[in-house]
Design a protein around this ligand. Structure first.
Ligand code: C5P
Length: 398
């Protein structure tokens, strides 16, 4: 939050997509400045970037810096911005960056930029495959550029192949990661999320309304902070960046098996999944049919599912950290303390799901956090993204 990202935008039909990146970065509470190459300004006007709040917006080598007493335009982003992201980057700009040319404003600023630099190319597939571009791309890797590969599919000129600008979420993730402390680098973390689904007959199942949002926030925060993240996900609509590995499961028993296999290789696990504690004893593989006596109702029996968190707590080795969640409707603190001890946890994050703005299907949570040293904190209602960030802080500093 409050960081500044300097966008470089080059002459590509995809230049208009940089406006989406600008908006997404602003939504993530970043300030954004931009430099448009001369050919970019033929596709999208500098005024469009200015009107959407980018400041300053540079177009030529001889633009004034925002404060001419303290900075020159070609040096200013390097002095004031935290990350530089060049998206879309044309073949021409890749070559300029690879060779350290400084013959326009963007290449000068990139050369003078000491912080992390991201390139996301967009070009015709034959230009992307050209030996010179391959070599320039490798050179950019050697120079320490963070490279976001282009996607494959139809490109504007009608060809098919690799060269489309990567999806905006991928570029945004690369930028946010470059802005984040890498204080979880080298750690392997396991996250469970979403509901489980327990079949009763061929078409009916027992489940709950968990969307998996809190777990996705834990996974993304850990990923942005450098962790190697594995998600074990019940059925949800969520998608994750390619370098988060996702194991998709349906039932609590499948989730249990996946977690039991993964846990010995992990440094930390955070179990946010809303696991069904009981599963219906199946009616069978066919569909249950309403009968004339159905008006009398039916009785479904349930049997217990494994407690994944508890079994991970029992198997926990020295140095492993385990975070549990507790969704309660009453006695939140007492229940949290009881579960922390009973399941051998390092941290428990409890929320009162009877309150508005906390629990299932809302983007915020109001947490009481308790750790094994007895430290208890009650946090105000916060976005789940921030709850996740604070939970990793708590675990790291605790
Ligand atoms: O005891 P309770 O179900 O309230 O504990 C909630 C915590 O335990 C959550 O972290 C949840 O992901 C986890 N859990 C589990 N396996 C279960 C039930 C809950 O891992 N069968």
């Amino acid at each position: 939050m409050g960081k500044r990202v300097h966008l470089g935008v080059t002459g590509s039909i995809a230049a208009y997509k940089a406006l989406d990146l600008l908006r997404l970065l602003q939504e993530a509470d970043c300030r954004v400045s931009a430099t448009l190459t001369e050919s970019c300004a033929r596709f999208v006007a500098p005024l469009t970037f200015e009107a959407l709040g980018a400041a300053p917006v540079y177009t030529s080598m001889f633009d004034e810096a925002p404060d001419a007493d303290t900075a020159f335009g070609h040096l200013e982003p390097g002095q004031e911005a935290d990350v530089m992201a060049i998206a879309p980057a044309s073949a021409n700009t890749l070559a300029r960056l690879a060779y350290g040319l400084a013959d326009d404003m963007l290449s000068c600023q990139a050369l003078a930029f000491p912080g992390p630099k991201i390139v996301a190319p967009a070009m015709n597939p034959r230009m992307w495959e050209a030996p010179a571009t391959r070599r320039n791309w490798d050179m950019l890797g050697e120079l320490g550029y963070i490279r976001v590969l282009p996607g494959t599919g139809f490109v504007a000129c009608g060809d098919t192949g690799t060269g489309r600008l990567a999806p905006m979420e991928e570029i945004l993730t690369a930028v946010l990661k470059a802005l984040s402390p890498q204080d979880l680098a080298g750690r392997k973390v396991l996250i469970t999320l979403g509901p489980t689904r327990e079949s009763w007959d061929a078409v009916r199942f027992w489940s709950n309304p968990s969307s998996g949002t809190m777990g996705a926030c834990m996974a993304m925060a850990a990923h942005l902070r450098g962790a190697e993240v594995t998600v074990v996900a019940g059925p949800t609509n969520l998608t994750f960046p390619g370098d988060i590995s996702v194991v998709s499961v349906t039932t609590a028993r499948q989730m249990f098996e996946a977690c039991a296999d993964l846990w010995p290789g992990m440094d930390a696990a955070c179990l946010t999944a809303a696991v069904a504690d009981y599963r219906p004893v199946p009616f069978g593989d066919t569909k249950f049919k309403k009968t004339s006596s159905a008006g009398a109702g039916i009785t479904v029996e349930f049997e217990p599912n494994p407690d994944i968190l508890k079994s991970l707590g029992q198997a926990k080795k020295d140095g492993q950290k385990l975070i549990g969640f507790a969704a309660e409707t009453d006695n939140v603190k007492e229940e949290a303390a009881r579960k922390l001890a009973a399941k051998n946890l390092d941290l428990i994050a409890a929320n009162d799901i009877s309150r508005p703005g906390s629990g299932f299907g809302v983007p915020t949570n109001q947490m009481t956090v308790l750790d094994e040293s007895g430290r208890m904190e009650t946090w105000p209602q916060l976005p789940k993204t921030e709850v996740a960030w604070r939970l990793w802080d708590h675990l790291l500093l605790g």
